[in-house]
Design a protein around this ligand. Sequence first.
Ligand code: C2E
Ligand code: CA
Ligand code: CA
Length: 419
Amino acid sequence: MNTTLDWINLSAGTLLFAEGDAGSCAYLVSRGQIQIFLARDAGDVVLGLAGPGEIVGEMAILADCRRSASARAAEDCELILIKSEQIAYRIADADPILQMLLKIVIARHRETLGRLNDRAEQMNPAHALAAGGFEAELGMLTLESELRHALQNDEFELFFQPIVRLPSRRLAGFEALLRWRHRTRGLVPPGEFIPVAEACGLIVEITNWCLARIGAVFPAIMTAALQNISEVDPLSLSVNVTGYDLSRPSFAGTVTAMLQASGIDPASLKLEVTESSLMKEPARAVATLDTLRGLGVGVAIDDFGTGYSSLSYLTSLPITTIKIDQTFVRSMTQQKASRKIIQMILRLAEELEIPVVAEGIERAEEEQILADLGCAFGQGYHFGKPLPLDLTLALTRQWRASGQKSNRHAMAASPMGRP
Ligand code: C2E
Ligand code: CA
Ligand code: CA
């Protein structure tokens, strides 16, 4: 096999290949960025960017079909040519499992392209941007490639929102909430990208990133708490995980390894799962949660009351906390029904001896009612908004329980960014 490398230099704007061309080689980007796009009458539809270390144009030779999209140099680029013989040689040489996986990837890629092309052809391109389906699909592809870029370029950040004991307002812990510092869009809230990350499987890497980050920063939060002479209770840190995470056989091992490497007490970590995420693959989710609970890790049911309202899982799952969804708290003062639901949840939780956190407390009146009803914990802008690590450490060092006025940062900060 000839292993000499062929290099190509492209100046910005030069077309590398066009949709429909026969593909006889792929390209490894070594410098610059290649833009992948669909050339349409109404304008180019950008599918994504490939940067150093990424390969473009491989599908045409892997799947032996024509180029499915066009590619051009977004800036001056240096590429390494990968010839079809090299790929064929590698595939022939590959482990049978890897060969099978490659075939699956190729088949799925063809299926997606087929769907995209069908829709592009059915539609008048001038209407394409207004039509939800096609645009949504392309939007998802673009967001997916941006999310990959974000993971590689460290664009994610964890914010922390305080959870307090009621009625004392002693600090009980924090919930870690993910933020994406996008190059042009600023701070992007998780609601805008977590669903896409779940749909394309990137959530696994994102959750792993969150866990690693928690391993790195939680000891510092604990140290800050120890510096606060008026707060002696150990703090807990909650992290949101999805059904996809829980269904992975390696998930429990990833959490365990993080706890061991960081020295965090398993009892300080809480996994927040929603009712709906548990319904995806219940048997696997239960097995994973049982394993982690066996180590001492806590399990919180998030957004309680909004899901499938099947209460049976409350006894079959190793649940240590129930989080009442903020919609009930929000409407509690106006709607009697919401208040009744909250009372019912609190009674049920008391029977099962599971502590409750009320989410989304924004006003003193809500805090008062919930404390009177016997709710043990509260979370919401009234106590503190989600904050970046540096402000969280400052807040933890100076947190004061009820009646004292130094939780200044928490009150002032915006939910997405700095004050
Ligand atoms: P969630 O787990 O229910 O988190 C609570 C959300 O309510 C957060 O929004 C928080 O900023 C917001 N919040 C807290 N207190 C108040 C309040 O008093 N008033 C109002 N209006 N909102 C309040 P955020 O950070 O935008 O997160 C939205 C959702 O995204 C989360 O809902 C969670 O489902 C998901 N999410 C956040 N971080 C992660 C993550 O690291 N991994 C995963 N898988 N999902 C995450
Ligand atoms: Ca949560
Ligand atoms: Ca919630």
